[in-house]
Design a protein around this ligand. Structure first.
Ligand SMILES: Cc1cc2nc3c(=O)[nH]c(=O)nc-3n(C[C@H](O)[C@H](O)[C@H](O)COP(=O)(O)O)c2cc1C
Length: 373
């Protein structure tokens, strides 16, 4: 439902019903929804909505206009991150996950749902999931993550998904090179370019940034904002690409990775169940790193190339280049461990960057499905 399309009186009634439902929603349900909704998603697409009927809390896959399909691999990773946050939030309330379903979206789009009884303990003030965010700033190369933390990360698993930690400079250089190759392809792919351009948010008010990629979080060099606006037009991007813009942009993307002192690769089989588990694992790594005072920054470009190549979605002109990169990446990360679900660089940012915001509770309520009022 779009409130803007309704006559004013109906709009006011709808608005009041939502305010009412917010008022009567138990504090523990708000705690759980806040935890779930703070999960990361590709381009901050937040492809989910919530219902609460006084007994059951449900989270459903919900595509947002112009954004990724709900069954897209990064959406499954994001559902995994939501599920991980929910699991940890339920545990913080002293509640278990008995009778909960966590898995790929069912026929009704539900990917996490279950009963919630009254909290066994007072609602905690600590909300570790709010400490996590994507840091795109440069990382201080003199501030290494402690070995104990890196070893712990390397041991984390979620069902069949595993976590590989890279700290050797030659490994990091090799990964940065693979990311550069993949990014060179990405910046010449119209569909991906248009998807990114459509998710960029340049607004001036806080409400302009509740979903989509807030450009202020991108750590752009001087003039970067203007350049992004210019190249949002694909024809202009194609023109600049004739002069090698895609190479320059790919080099910038890979350089932040090359400077890292630690990278994590989330590996596992490719099925939807495994993708959701990979998302849970990614989020667990990220929460653990944040709790230690460090930051994480995912790089999806290499995984995206491999998925698109496997699905036959890479254009004819870029096939050879894509095949070479995909083969080299599979060899480097180890095919026996499955596919690379996501990469993430870890470190200590040199400065605080702006943090993404989220849709309101009202916008996150599944429309057309009864919630408790
Ligand atoms: C599956 C997945 C892939 C992502 N890929 C990238 C990426 O390639 N580059 C990047 O800068 N951020 C990436 N992100 C981070 C999202 O853009 C970020 O989570 C979102 O904008 C919300 O911001 P927050 O993490 O600060 O809450 C990815 C996140 C997820 C869940």
């Amino acid at each position: 439902m779009c409130f803007d399309d309704l006559p004013e009186r109906v709009w006011l009634m709808a608005k009041m019903a939502d305010v009412m439902s917010e008022r009567v929603m138990p504090v523990e349900i708000r705690f759980l929804i806040e935890a779930a909704a703070s999960a990361p998603s590709a381009d901050n697409s937040q492809p989910w909505c919530f219902t609460w009927d006084k007994h059951m809390l449900e989270v459903r896959a919900q595509g947002r206009a112009g954004s990724f399909p709900v069954d897209y691999h990064p959406s499954l990773l994001a559902y995994g991150a939501v599920s991980e946050n929910l699991t940890q939030a339920l545990s913080a309330l002293g509640l278990g996950m008995q009778d909960w379903y966590i898995g790929p979206p069912d026929v009704e789009g539900r990917f996490a749902y279950g009963p919630v009884s009254s909290a066994a303990v007072p609602v905690p003030t600590a909300r570790p999931w709010l400490e996590r965010h994507t840091s795109r700033q440069r990382f201080d190369s003199s501030k290494h993550l402690p070995d104990a933390l890196l070893n712990e990360l390397g041991r984390l698993t979620q069902s069949r998904c595993t976590c590989r930690v890279f700290t050797k400079p030659e490994q990091i250089s090799k990964i940065a090179l693979l990311v550069k190759q993949a990014a060179r392809i990405r910046f010449r792919t119209q569909e991906l370019h248009m998807g990114l351009a459509g998710s960029l948010r340049f607004g001036s008010q806080p409400e302009d940034y509740r979903e989509g990629l807030n450009v202020n979080t991108l750590a752009l060099p001087p003039g970067g904002r203007l350049l992004l606006k210019l190249i949002s037009d694909w024809r202009r991007m194609q023109l600049f690409n004739r002069f090698g813009l895609y190479k320059a942009l790919a080099a910038i993307e890979a350089s932040t990775l090359a400077e890292s002192t630690a990278l994590v690769a989330i590996m596992g089989p490719i099925s939807p169940v495994d993708a959701l588990d990979a998302g849970r694992l990614l989020q667990r790594v990220w929460l653990q790193v944040s709790a230690g005072g460090y930051a994480g920054h995912p790089f999806y470009v290499l995984s995206d190339l491999a998925m698109r190549f496997a699905d036959g979605k890479v254009s004819e002109a870029l096939q050879m280049e894509a095949k070479k990169t995909v083969r080299q990446a599979a060899h480097f990360f180890g095919e026996e461990r499955g596919v690379l679900h996501c990469l993430m660089r870890l470190g200590m940012p040199i400065s605080d960057g702006e943090v993404s915001s989220r849709l309101s509770l009202e916008e996150l309520t599944c429309k057309g499905i009864r919630s408790a009022q």
